[in-house]
Design a protein around this ligand. Structure first.
Ligand code: NAD
Length: 367
Protein backbone atom coordinates (compact mmCIF):
# COMPACT_ATOMS: atom_id res chain seq x y z
CA UNK A 1 0.00 0.00 0.00
CA UNK A 2 1.33 3.41 -0.94
CA UNK A 3 1.59 5.83 1.95
CA UNK A 4 1.51 9.60 1.60
CA UNK A 5 3.62 11.84 3.78
CA UNK A 6 3.29 15.60 4.05
CA UNK A 7 6.67 17.26 3.76
CA UNK A 8 7.37 20.97 4.07
CA UNK A 9 10.48 21.99 2.16
CA UNK A 10 12.21 25.20 3.22
CA UNK A 11 15.17 25.70 0.88
CA UNK A 12 16.18 29.01 2.49
CA UNK A 13 19.15 30.98 1.20
CA UNK A 14 22.44 30.61 -0.66
CA UNK A 15 23.06 27.02 -1.73
CA UNK A 16 19.86 25.88 0.05
CA UNK A 17 17.68 25.85 -3.08
CA UNK A 18 20.38 24.07 -5.15
CA UNK A 19 20.93 21.20 -2.75
CA UNK A 20 17.20 20.91 -2.10
CA UNK A 21 16.55 20.38 -5.82
CA UNK A 22 18.60 17.18 -5.64
CA UNK A 23 16.43 15.91 -2.79
CA UNK A 24 13.33 16.73 -4.80
CA UNK A 25 14.70 14.49 -7.58
CA UNK A 26 15.21 11.61 -5.15
CA UNK A 27 11.69 12.14 -3.81
CA UNK A 28 10.32 11.97 -7.37
CA UNK A 29 12.33 8.81 -7.92
CA UNK A 30 10.93 7.27 -4.72
CA UNK A 31 7.37 8.15 -5.71
CA UNK A 32 7.91 6.12 -8.89
CA UNK A 33 9.87 3.20 -7.46
CA UNK A 34 8.85 2.83 -3.80
CA UNK A 35 5.55 2.63 -1.94
CA UNK A 36 5.51 6.24 -0.88
CA UNK A 37 4.20 9.55 -2.14
CA UNK A 38 5.31 12.91 -0.89
CA UNK A 39 2.79 15.68 -0.59
CA UNK A 40 5.28 18.53 -0.77
CA UNK A 41 4.66 22.15 0.19
CA UNK A 42 7.43 24.67 -0.33
CA UNK A 43 7.93 27.68 1.93
CA UNK A 44 10.28 30.56 2.67
CA UNK A 45 12.58 30.95 5.64
CA UNK A 46 15.51 33.18 6.56
CA UNK A 47 16.67 35.83 4.11
CA UNK A 48 14.29 34.69 1.38
CA UNK A 49 11.37 35.26 3.76
CA UNK A 50 12.78 38.60 4.94
CA UNK A 51 12.92 39.78 1.32
CA UNK A 52 9.33 38.73 0.69
CA UNK A 53 7.68 39.50 4.05
CA UNK A 54 10.19 41.44 6.18
CA UNK A 55 10.04 38.51 8.58
CA UNK A 56 12.38 35.46 8.68
CA UNK A 57 9.50 33.09 9.49
CA UNK A 58 5.85 33.99 8.91
CA UNK A 59 2.93 32.54 10.88
CA UNK A 60 1.71 30.86 7.67
CA UNK A 61 5.00 29.01 7.15
CA UNK A 62 5.06 28.05 10.80
CA UNK A 63 1.51 26.68 10.49
CA UNK A 64 2.62 24.62 7.45
CA UNK A 65 5.52 23.26 9.52
CA UNK A 66 3.19 22.27 12.34
CA UNK A 67 0.85 20.51 9.90
CA UNK A 68 3.62 18.59 8.10
CA UNK A 69 4.79 15.06 8.92
CA UNK A 70 8.34 16.38 8.62
CA UNK A 71 10.21 19.50 7.54
CA UNK A 72 13.33 19.57 5.38
CA UNK A 73 15.39 22.75 5.53
CA UNK A 74 18.33 23.94 3.40
CA UNK A 75 20.20 26.76 5.11
CA UNK A 76 19.63 30.38 6.05
CA UNK A 77 21.65 33.57 6.05
CA UNK A 78 24.14 35.49 3.98
CA UNK A 79 25.94 38.82 3.82
CA UNK A 80 22.88 40.54 2.34
CA UNK A 81 21.14 40.31 5.72
CA UNK A 82 24.13 40.82 8.02
CA UNK A 83 23.27 44.39 8.94
CA UNK A 84 19.55 44.20 9.62
CA UNK A 85 18.06 44.40 13.16
CA UNK A 86 18.91 41.41 15.35
CA UNK A 87 15.32 40.30 15.94
CA UNK A 88 14.53 39.84 12.24
CA UNK A 89 17.86 38.29 11.20
CA UNK A 90 17.65 35.05 9.15
CA UNK A 91 18.89 32.96 12.12
CA UNK A 92 15.93 34.15 14.21
CA UNK A 93 13.68 32.26 11.79
CA UNK A 94 15.63 29.09 12.47
CA UNK A 95 15.60 29.54 16.25
CA UNK A 96 11.87 30.32 16.15
CA UNK A 97 10.87 27.28 14.10
CA UNK A 98 12.90 24.99 16.42
CA UNK A 99 11.34 26.56 19.49
CA UNK A 100 7.75 26.61 18.18
CA UNK A 101 7.95 23.01 16.96
CA UNK A 102 9.37 22.03 20.34
CA UNK A 103 12.42 20.43 18.74
CA UNK A 104 14.38 19.70 21.87
CA UNK A 105 16.59 16.87 20.61
CA UNK A 106 19.21 17.57 17.95
CA UNK A 107 20.78 14.47 16.42
CA UNK A 108 24.17 14.99 14.83
CA UNK A 109 25.75 11.83 13.46
CA UNK A 110 29.49 12.00 12.73
CA UNK A 111 30.22 9.27 10.28
CA UNK A 112 33.35 8.74 8.25
CA UNK A 113 32.79 7.20 4.84
CA UNK A 114 35.65 4.87 3.88
CA UNK A 115 36.19 6.68 0.60
CA UNK A 116 36.64 10.00 2.43
CA UNK A 117 38.82 8.84 5.30
CA UNK A 118 41.69 10.91 3.87
CA UNK A 119 39.63 14.12 4.14
CA UNK A 120 40.00 14.23 7.92
CA UNK A 121 42.89 16.19 9.38
CA UNK A 122 43.29 13.35 11.87
CA UNK A 123 45.25 10.16 11.27
CA UNK A 124 43.41 7.53 9.28
CA UNK A 125 43.45 4.92 12.07
CA UNK A 126 41.86 7.43 14.49
CA UNK A 127 38.82 8.08 12.30
CA UNK A 128 38.43 5.07 9.98
CA UNK A 129 35.04 3.50 10.59
CA UNK A 130 33.97 6.31 12.93
CA UNK A 131 30.24 6.34 13.62
CA UNK A 132 29.10 8.38 16.59
CA UNK A 133 25.87 10.17 17.38
CA UNK A 134 25.84 13.41 19.32
CA UNK A 135 22.57 14.45 20.92
CA UNK A 136 22.37 18.10 21.75
CA UNK A 137 19.57 19.57 23.88
CA UNK A 138 18.19 22.28 21.61
CA UNK A 139 15.50 24.38 23.23
CA UNK A 140 16.80 25.07 26.72
CA UNK A 141 19.94 26.02 28.55
CA UNK A 142 21.91 29.21 28.18
CA UNK A 143 20.71 30.03 24.65
CA UNK A 144 17.16 30.56 25.90
CA UNK A 145 17.47 31.18 29.67
CA UNK A 146 16.10 34.39 31.19
CA UNK A 147 17.17 36.93 32.26
CA UNK A 148 19.51 37.85 29.43
CA UNK A 149 20.75 41.08 27.96
CA UNK A 150 23.26 43.90 28.09
CA UNK A 151 22.62 46.66 30.61
CA UNK A 152 24.34 49.37 32.55
CA UNK A 153 24.60 49.13 36.33
CA UNK A 154 26.23 52.04 38.19
CA UNK A 155 27.99 53.20 35.05
CA UNK A 156 29.40 49.76 34.14
CA UNK A 157 27.95 47.72 31.27
CA UNK A 158 27.16 44.05 31.91
CA UNK A 159 26.37 41.34 29.37
CA UNK A 160 24.59 38.37 30.90
CA UNK A 161 22.83 35.08 30.13
CA UNK A 162 21.25 32.43 32.28
CA UNK A 163 22.03 28.72 32.23
CA UNK A 164 18.92 26.94 33.46
CA UNK A 165 17.52 23.42 33.03
CA UNK A 166 14.38 21.93 34.55
CA UNK A 167 14.14 18.27 35.48
CA UNK A 168 11.58 17.45 32.75
CA UNK A 169 13.80 19.08 30.11
CA UNK A 170 16.74 16.89 31.10
CA UNK A 171 14.60 13.80 31.46
CA UNK A 172 13.13 13.96 27.93
CA UNK A 173 16.48 14.45 26.17
CA UNK A 174 18.03 11.68 28.28
CA UNK A 175 15.23 9.35 27.26
CA UNK A 176 15.74 10.04 23.53
CA UNK A 177 19.47 9.43 24.03
CA UNK A 178 18.95 6.10 25.81
CA UNK A 179 16.45 5.01 23.15
CA UNK A 180 19.03 5.82 20.50
CA UNK A 181 21.78 3.96 22.39
CA UNK A 182 19.49 0.90 22.57
CA UNK A 183 19.26 0.92 18.76
CA UNK A 184 23.02 1.34 18.40
CA UNK A 185 25.88 -0.08 20.47
CA UNK A 186 24.26 0.47 23.89
CA UNK A 187 26.87 2.89 25.16
CA UNK A 188 26.08 6.41 26.22
CA UNK A 189 28.28 9.20 27.50
CA UNK A 190 26.60 12.15 29.18
CA UNK A 191 28.69 15.32 29.00
CA UNK A 192 28.41 18.03 31.65
CA UNK A 193 30.41 20.39 33.82
CA UNK A 194 29.08 19.14 37.14
CA UNK A 195 32.28 20.16 38.94
CA UNK A 196 31.43 23.84 38.35
CA UNK A 197 27.83 24.32 37.18
CA UNK A 198 24.90 23.50 39.47
CA UNK A 199 22.52 23.19 36.51
CA UNK A 200 24.61 20.28 35.27
CA UNK A 201 24.80 18.70 38.73
CA UNK A 202 21.05 18.32 38.27
CA UNK A 203 21.66 17.16 34.67
CA UNK A 204 23.88 14.31 35.88
CA UNK A 205 21.47 13.34 38.65
CA UNK A 206 18.49 13.13 36.28
CA UNK A 207 20.45 11.20 33.60
CA UNK A 208 21.39 8.64 36.27
CA UNK A 209 17.78 8.29 37.32
CA UNK A 210 16.58 7.74 33.73
CA UNK A 211 19.43 5.23 33.23
CA UNK A 212 17.69 2.85 35.63
CA UNK A 213 15.00 2.33 32.96
CA UNK A 214 17.71 1.24 30.50
CA UNK A 215 19.83 -1.30 32.38
CA UNK A 216 21.33 -2.63 29.14
CA UNK A 217 22.92 0.70 28.29
CA UNK A 218 26.39 1.31 29.67
CA UNK A 219 26.36 4.91 30.96
CA UNK A 220 29.40 7.07 31.54
CA UNK A 221 29.81 10.76 32.44
CA UNK A 222 32.47 13.13 31.22
CA UNK A 223 33.28 16.79 31.87
CA UNK A 224 33.01 18.83 28.72
CA UNK A 225 36.66 19.89 28.70
CA UNK A 226 37.78 16.27 28.81
CA UNK A 227 35.13 15.28 26.25
CA UNK A 228 36.51 17.79 23.76
CA UNK A 229 39.99 16.32 24.21
CA UNK A 230 38.76 12.74 23.93
CA UNK A 231 36.83 13.56 20.75
CA UNK A 232 40.04 14.37 18.91
CA UNK A 233 42.25 11.88 20.77
CA UNK A 234 40.15 8.75 20.42
CA UNK A 235 36.67 9.48 19.02
CA UNK A 236 35.84 5.82 18.42
CA UNK A 237 35.49 5.27 22.19
CA UNK A 238 32.07 6.96 21.89
CA UNK A 239 28.74 5.61 20.64
CA UNK A 240 26.03 8.09 21.74
CA UNK A 241 26.94 11.35 23.49
CA UNK A 242 24.25 13.49 25.09
CA UNK A 243 24.77 17.02 26.32
CA UNK A 244 23.38 20.52 26.89
CA UNK A 245 22.61 23.08 24.23
CA UNK A 246 25.85 25.07 24.32
CA UNK A 247 28.21 22.14 24.95
CA UNK A 248 26.46 20.24 22.16
CA UNK A 249 26.79 23.19 19.80
CA UNK A 250 30.55 23.15 20.25
CA UNK A 251 31.17 19.39 20.53
CA UNK A 252 29.03 18.51 17.53
CA UNK A 253 31.00 20.94 15.34
CA UNK A 254 34.20 19.45 16.67
CA UNK A 255 32.92 15.94 15.86
CA UNK A 256 31.84 17.18 12.44
CA UNK A 257 35.39 18.12 11.62
CA UNK A 258 36.61 14.62 12.48
CA UNK A 259 34.95 13.66 9.23
CA UNK A 260 36.68 16.51 7.42
CA UNK A 261 33.76 17.41 5.21
CA UNK A 262 31.03 19.88 6.13
CA UNK A 263 29.20 19.06 2.91
CA UNK A 264 28.58 15.47 4.09
CA UNK A 265 26.96 16.06 7.47
CA UNK A 266 23.22 15.62 8.07
CA UNK A 267 21.20 16.41 11.18
CA UNK A 268 17.76 15.88 12.64
CA UNK A 269 15.84 17.73 15.33
CA UNK A 270 13.00 15.95 17.07
CA UNK A 271 10.16 17.05 19.33
CA UNK A 272 8.04 15.20 21.87
CA UNK A 273 6.16 12.09 20.78
CA UNK A 274 2.36 12.42 20.54
CA UNK A 275 -0.11 9.68 21.51
CA UNK A 276 0.55 7.84 18.20
CA UNK A 277 4.32 7.96 18.77
CA UNK A 278 4.82 10.52 15.98
CA UNK A 279 7.20 13.39 16.63
CA UNK A 280 7.48 16.84 15.10
CA UNK A 281 10.75 16.79 13.21
CA UNK A 282 13.01 18.99 11.14
CA UNK A 283 15.91 17.72 9.05
CA UNK A 284 18.74 19.88 7.75
CA UNK A 285 22.35 19.70 6.67
CA UNK A 286 24.85 20.96 9.22
CA UNK A 287 26.46 23.42 6.82
CA UNK A 288 25.31 26.98 6.26
CA UNK A 289 24.22 28.78 3.12
CA UNK A 290 27.77 28.96 1.68
CA UNK A 291 27.26 32.35 -0.03
CA UNK A 292 30.77 32.09 -1.53
CA UNK A 293 29.67 29.31 -3.90
CA UNK A 294 25.90 29.91 -4.13
CA UNK A 295 24.23 29.74 -7.53
CA UNK A 296 27.22 28.08 -9.24
CA UNK A 297 26.16 24.42 -9.17
CA UNK A 298 29.21 23.67 -7.00
CA UNK A 299 27.62 22.78 -3.66
CA UNK A 300 27.75 19.29 -2.26
CA UNK A 301 24.14 18.04 -2.03
CA UNK A 302 25.01 14.89 -0.03
CA UNK A 303 24.51 16.37 3.47
CA UNK A 304 20.95 17.34 2.50
CA UNK A 305 20.32 13.97 0.85
CA UNK A 306 21.58 12.23 3.99
CA UNK A 307 19.30 14.48 6.07
CA UNK A 308 16.43 13.27 3.92
CA UNK A 309 17.54 9.69 4.63
CA UNK A 310 17.35 10.50 8.35
CA UNK A 311 13.79 11.74 7.74
CA UNK A 312 12.87 8.40 6.22
CA UNK A 313 14.40 6.55 9.19
CA UNK A 314 13.23 8.64 12.14
CA UNK A 315 9.94 10.14 10.92
CA UNK A 316 8.59 7.58 8.47
CA UNK A 317 10.00 4.37 9.90
CA UNK A 318 11.53 3.56 6.51
CA UNK A 319 14.93 2.40 7.69
CA UNK A 320 15.49 0.19 4.63
CA UNK A 321 14.96 3.07 2.24
CA UNK A 322 17.20 5.29 4.38
CA UNK A 323 19.94 2.66 4.23
CA UNK A 324 19.47 2.40 0.47
CA UNK A 325 20.12 6.14 0.05
CA UNK A 326 23.15 5.96 2.36
CA UNK A 327 24.51 3.01 0.37
CA UNK A 328 23.94 4.87 -2.89
CA UNK A 329 25.95 7.81 -1.51
CA UNK A 330 28.70 5.46 -0.39
CA UNK A 331 28.83 3.81 -3.83
CA UNK A 332 28.98 7.12 -5.66
CA UNK A 333 31.97 8.11 -3.52
CA UNK A 334 33.59 4.71 -4.04
CA UNK A 335 33.14 5.26 -7.77
CA UNK A 336 35.36 8.35 -7.51
CA UNK A 337 32.91 11.24 -7.96
CA UNK A 338 33.53 14.31 -5.80
CA UNK A 339 32.10 17.80 -5.52
CA UNK A 340 34.78 20.50 -5.15
CA UNK A 341 34.63 20.60 -1.33
CA UNK A 342 35.63 16.92 -0.99
CA UNK A 343 37.85 16.72 -4.09
CA UNK A 344 40.87 14.42 -3.81
CA UNK A 345 43.69 13.69 -6.27
CA UNK A 346 42.74 11.23 -8.99
CA UNK A 347 38.98 11.67 -8.46
CA UNK A 348 36.46 13.19 -10.86
CA UNK A 349 35.18 16.66 -9.90
CA UNK A 350 31.45 17.03 -10.55
CA UNK A 351 28.71 19.61 -10.09
CA UNK A 352 25.78 19.58 -7.67
CA UNK A 353 23.48 18.38 -10.44
CA UNK A 354 25.77 15.58 -11.62
CA UNK A 355 26.24 14.38 -8.03
CA UNK A 356 22.44 14.22 -7.63
CA UNK A 357 22.15 12.30 -10.90
CA UNK A 358 24.85 9.86 -9.80
CA UNK A 359 22.96 9.08 -6.60
CA UNK A 360 19.81 8.35 -8.60
CA UNK A 361 21.76 6.08 -10.96
CA UNK A 362 23.04 4.15 -7.93
CA UNK A 363 19.52 3.95 -6.50
CA UNK A 364 18.37 2.45 -9.79
CA UNK A 365 21.00 -0.25 -9.40
CA UNK A 366 20.12 -0.93 -5.76
CA UNK A 367 16.33 -1.01 -5.95
P1 NAD B 1 28.95 27.72 5.73
O1 NAD B 1 28.70 26.37 6.26
O2 NAD B 1 27.89 28.34 4.92
O3 NAD B 1 30.29 27.70 4.83
C1 NAD B 1 31.58 27.41 5.35
C2 NAD B 1 32.49 26.96 4.18
O4 NAD B 1 32.13 25.64 3.78
C3 NAD B 1 32.37 27.83 2.94
O5 NAD B 1 33.61 27.94 2.31
C4 NAD B 1 31.41 27.06 2.05
O6 NAD B 1 31.59 27.29 0.68
C5 NAD B 1 31.71 25.63 2.43
N1 NAD B 1 30.50 24.79 2.33
C6 NAD B 1 29.47 24.73 3.20
N2 NAD B 1 28.55 23.86 2.78
C7 NAD B 1 28.98 23.36 1.63
C8 NAD B 1 28.45 22.41 0.70
N3 NAD B 1 27.28 21.79 0.88
N4 NAD B 1 29.18 22.13 -0.40
C9 NAD B 1 30.37 22.72 -0.61
N5 NAD B 1 30.92 23.61 0.21
C10 NAD B 1 30.24 23.93 1.33
O7 NAD B 1 29.32 28.65 6.99
P2 NAD B 1 29.63 30.22 7.04
O8 NAD B 1 30.40 30.63 5.83
O9 NAD B 1 30.17 30.47 8.38
O10 NAD B 1 28.20 30.93 6.98
C11 NAD B 1 27.58 31.40 5.79
C12 NAD B 1 26.17 31.82 6.12
O11 NAD B 1 25.43 30.67 6.53
C13 NAD B 1 26.09 32.82 7.29
O12 NAD B 1 25.08 33.73 7.00
C14 NAD B 1 25.71 31.95 8.46
O13 NAD B 1 25.00 32.67 9.44
C15 NAD B 1 24.83 30.91 7.81
N6 NAD B 1 24.75 29.62 8.53
C16 NAD B 1 23.53 29.02 8.52
C17 NAD B 1 23.38 27.78 9.11
C18 NAD B 1 22.03 27.13 9.03
O14 NAD B 1 21.21 27.55 8.27
N7 NAD B 1 21.78 26.09 9.79
C19 NAD B 1 24.46 27.16 9.72
C20 NAD B 1 25.71 27.78 9.68
C21 NAD B 1 25.83 29.02 9.07
Amino acid sequence: MTITKKVLMLPGDGIGPEVMRQVQRVMDWMAKKRDINFDVTEGLIGGASIDAHNNPLTDETLADAMAADAVLLGAVGGPKWDNIPFDIKPERGLLKIRKEMGLFANLRPALVFDALVGASTLKEDVVKGLNIMILRELTGGIYFGQPRGVEERDGVRFGFNTLVYSEPEIERIARVAFDMAMKRNKRMCSVDKANVLESTVLWREVVERVAKEFPEVELSHMYVDNASMQLVRNPKQFDVMVTTNMFGDILSDCAAMLTGSLGMLPSASLGAADETGARKALYEPVHGSAPDIAGQDLANPLATLLSFAMMLRYSFDMGDDATMIETAVQNVLKGGLRTADIMQPGMAKVSTTVMGEAVINELNKLV
